[in-house]
Write a protein that binds this ligand. Structure first.
Ligand SMILES: N[C@H](CCC[C@H](N)C(=O)O)C(=O)O
Length: 307
């Protein structure tokens, strides 16, 4: 099958975007994996199919597939790229300055800035309210689920691993996240985010450690795994994504880190979140909704064949 595609990214979290408004494309897991392969395919962290929405309020529907071919409920960087795809191609007028994206985790209102050529530059996505109920994240209830603001959630749950015990706070942004703050690791926190040649950095492989917890029995639908720290400039994180591996950025992950930092008293409700690919601004509002602001860029467009 021949596919026309556009390659877009949000802070280096990159996607193959395909216009499927004709609702004519069904990709197998093998086809998605081939498209995302960085040697024999286009190369990406995921595939976005732009589909018609059943909801008249939505400009279109984002069907998101991870690089391993699995379906995901939401993609924060992806939905900004999805909006850019719609605006840059005139599917949504650039002077509209807002649109609603349909997603598996519900409609997401998006406000955007366009440049003089009518191309989307930055967007603020209303990601909705986080879900903390363990059964809904989902995460198997852990002994240390604590009540906070009348809610039960999994807070700093200790999980053993070959590399030591990590404590996770579990949040859903439509998709499951396990957030570990390394602030109590002292020096390792700095090395985790520095390009240190220190041997401990070599042994602490975010991808390897993340993969261990991604598939942990505590997470029935697996989990996106974030390692974060709190600094004077705000929050910093690295992420191992479910169905993908370590990525340069993760929008829902940055939202989950912000929520977990606030819940556990480590930070206020609005921060810059530094990722390897750049900075997102995340605000958890008084209305309980999380808003994410960041860029979206198009790298190239092309045509490819998937068997
Ligand atoms: N791997 C995620 C989906 C992509 C999320 C990420 N790319 C983002 O920007 O939110 C999952 O399986 O839930």
């Amino acid at each position: 099958m021949e596919l026309e595609f556009a390659k877009l990214h949000g802070l280096g979290n990159d996607f193959v975007v395909v216009d499927d408004r004709a609702r004519a494309i069904e990709l197998t897991g093998a086809q998605v994996r081939r498209l995302c392969d960085r040697h024999i395919g286009v190369g990406a962290d995921g595939v976005i199919l732009v589909r018609p929405s059943d909801d008249p309020a939505c400009a279109a529907y984002m069907h998101y597939l991870n690089a391993d071919g699995t379906l995901a409920q939401m993609c924060g960087n992806g939905v900004r790229c999805f909006a850019k795809y719609l605006v840059d191609r005139g599917i949504v007028p650039s002077d509209a300055r807002e649109l609603v994206a349909g997603t598996l985790s519900g409609p997401k209102p998006i406000g955007f800035e366009a440049d003089g050529d009518g191309r989307l530059v930055r967007a603020t996505v209303d990601m909705g309210a986080p879900t903390l109920d363990p059964a809904a994240v989902p995460v198997r209830a852990a002994a240390n689920a604590v009540s906070a603001q009348g809610e039960e959630y999994v807070r700093d749950a200790p999980l053993a691993s070959p590399w030591g015990t990590f404590r996770f706070t579990c949040v859903s942004m439509g998709n499951p996240h396990a957030v570990c703050f390394v602030d109590d690791w002292g020096a390792l926190a700095d090395e985790l985010f520095a390009d240190s040649s220190d041997k401990r950095l070599a042994t602490f492989d975010v991808g390897r450690v993340g993969a261990f917890f991604e598939a942990h029995e505590l997470f029935p639908e697996k989990a996106n795994v974030e390692f974060a720290t709190v600094g004077p400039q705000g929050l910093a994180m690295r992420v191992h994504e479910r169905g993908c591996g370590e990525t340069l950025a993760c929008g829902t992950g940055a939202c989950a880190v912000q929520v977990a930092a606030s819940l556990t008293g480590r930070a206020g409700c609005e921060n810059d979140v530094e990722l390897r690919g750049g900075v997102l601004h995340i605000a958890w509002g008084d209305d309980g909704r999380v808003r994410m602001t960041g860029p979206a860029e198009e790298s190239f467009a092309g045509r490819t064949v998937v068997a």
